[in-house]
Design a binder for this molecule. Structure first.
Ligand code: NAD
Ligand SMILES: O=P(O)(O)OC[C@H]1O[C@H](O[C@H]2[C@H](O)[C@@H](O)[C@@H](O)O[C@@H]2CO)[C@H](O)[C@@H](O)[C@@H]1O
Ligand code: MN
Length: 441
């Protein structure tokens, strides 16, 4: 059986240990011969890479494993490249969140002004990285989940229009379905959802029981109204994520038609969210003090001990498993259903063809085959058309180096929605992102 060569870009990410563990656990389902970690930060890469050497030395000796900061070494002869870079790092995520808050609007990793700031940084770095990957591995599958995935997807669509082996993915729809399965007391793999939207801005119109065909959404609606909503892994979550998931009850109370993605809360209730989020200690601060500190501490402990010990069991891996299952579906032409990001082309009938939308797709060796949802109701169409326009204008701003287009993009975003505010925030972000953004004028 063929074994695959895999590279992870952003190998120094907090999520990498979960991937390393999952490559061990899934080595029969998705057999790999070679794994290379690539990062542009040698120090971070070394810690995770040395941890990896110990892990694979104990659990997957036959794997050819290495880590590098050299693109050629990383990208040559690859079959799959997993992309999880964070342009500007968590320190810039802090800026993305703190600057809008200081100026009276929501600061969030991927939504609103923060997401747009991150979007321009990611666009620059992702285009460079994809060009390099294509130089050394013209046929590798590029599985991107570097955020903001919606904006990155639009940028890659425009930059590489004929490249059919770039797939943009997010794990949040699957996280919501896993959470629904906890409410229903069933396995998430028994659920067959119907979903439409943009990345981090979508809705489940049905949640079918895979075996009986019953639509369980009415049951879900009732349980959410009575008991609220929790992530599947609630016991491992920081309070801010519990609140975000819990807010699904409020959203469904006002808009009971569908089950929302947790991120919809920011777009539908910008004022309420602004008033209830902590402006001084944002999610980036929580991640820096929490996940980032913990992951690097645990890896350093394993390195100091020279053995895994308990280090293997505490690593969270649901996110990694989904991404590896995506690669497995492509490699073995499984035509498994995943919710992924694709060019619309009629999947959402009344939305423009060239929007990058998130829908259920069958995924196999020739890529994703989207499952059409028909026309979406006016309310949802209005929300999404506005956001598609905002994201497209941001990528126009990148190509044209246009301040005016960036101003239009921020003005159209529902989390800003005011031209004077948009200008104020844009000017502050230009200063904060000096040398990491295109030179807008
Ligand atoms: N799409 C999704 O649903 C989803 C889910 C989880 C995480 N993510 C994304 O995964 C990424 C990693 O998240 P994290 O919290 O672990 O961040 P992190 O900062 O811990 O890790 C990112 C790594 O990328 C590296 N990096 C930055 N720019 C790079 C470049 N140009 N080339 C190579 N490496 C580069 C950094 O040095 C860092 O080691 C983020 O983009 C995050 O948004 C996406
Ligand atoms: O605030 P963070 O960095 O913890 O999470 C931001 C990401 O949140 C979503 O993803 C999952 C994440 O992958 C998973 O590991 C766990 O932490 O739960 C998160 C939410 O359910 C989102 O899809 C990503 O795009 C964000 O980057
Ligand atoms: Mn996501």
């Amino acid at each position: 059986m063929k074994k695959y060569n895999v590279c992870i870009v952003g190998g120094g990410s907090t999520y990498t240990p979960g991937f390393l563990k999952s490559f061990v656990r899934l080595k029969e389902e998705f057999p790999i011969a070679k794994l290379v970690l690539f990062d542009n930060n040698a120090e971070r890469q070394e810690v995770i890479g040395e941890f990896g050497k110990i892990l694979f030395g104990e659990r997957f000796k036959e794997l050819e494993f290495s880590y590098t900061t050299d693109p050629k070494t990383a990208y040559e002869n690859m079959d799959f490249v997993f992309m999880q870079m964070r342009s500007g790092g968590l320190q810039m995520r802090r800026e993305d969140e703190h600057i809008p808050f200081k100026l009276g609007k929501i600061g969030q990793e991927t939504c609103g002004a923060g997401g747009m700031a991150y979007g321009l940084r990611s666009t620059i770095d992702m285009i460079i990285a994809v060009r390099q990957i294509r130089q050394y591995s013209p046929n590798a599958w590029i599985l991107n989940y570097s955020n903001p995935a919606a904006i990155v997807a639009e940028a890659l669509r425009r930059e590489f229009p004929n490249d059919k082996r770039i797939l943009n993915i997010c794990d949040q729809p699957e996280n919501v379905i896993r959470s629904v399965s906890r409410l229903l007391g069933c396995s998430w793999e028994d659920l067959d959802p119907v979903y439409f939207g943009l990345n981090h801005y979508g809705w489940f119109t049905h949640v079918y029981d895979k075996h009986t065909g019953e639509d369980l959404l009415p049951k879900v609606r009732q349980i959410v109204a009575e008991k609220g909503f929790l992530p599947q892994d609630a016991e491992q979550r920081d309070p801010s994520w519990l609140e975000t998931y819990g807010f699904v009850q409020d959203i469904m109370n006002d808009f009971p038609d569908y089950l929302p993605n947790t991120y919809d809360g920011y777009y539908l209730y910008p004022e309420y969210k602004y008033n209830h989020l902590d402006h001084e200690y944002t999610r980036a601060d929580e991640v820096i003090a929490g996940r980032e500190t913990r992951v690097f501490k645990e890896c350093r402990e394993v390195i100091a001990n020279g053995e895994l010990g308990e280090g293997f069991h505490s690593i969270s891996d649901a996110h990694a498993e989904m991404m590896i299952k995506v690669a497995e579906a492509i490699a073995f032409n499984k035509n498994t259903r995943f919710i992924v990001i694709v060019e619309n082309n009629g999947a959402i009938n009344n939305l423009q063809d060239d929007a990058m939308v998130e829908v259920v797709c069958e995924l196999g060796i020739n890529g994703p085959r989207p499952m059409a949802v028909g026309n979406i109701p006016q309310f949802y169409y209005g929300l999404l058309a506005q956001q598609v326009s905002s994201e497209k204008l941001l990528i126009d701003a990148y190509y044209e180096k246009s301040y005016q287009k960036a101003l239009q993009a921020l003005t159209l975003n529902r989390l800003i929605n005011d031209a004077k505010k948009a200008r104020e925030i844009l000017d502050a972000l230009i200063i904060a992102n000096k040398d990491m953004w295109p030179d807008l004028h």
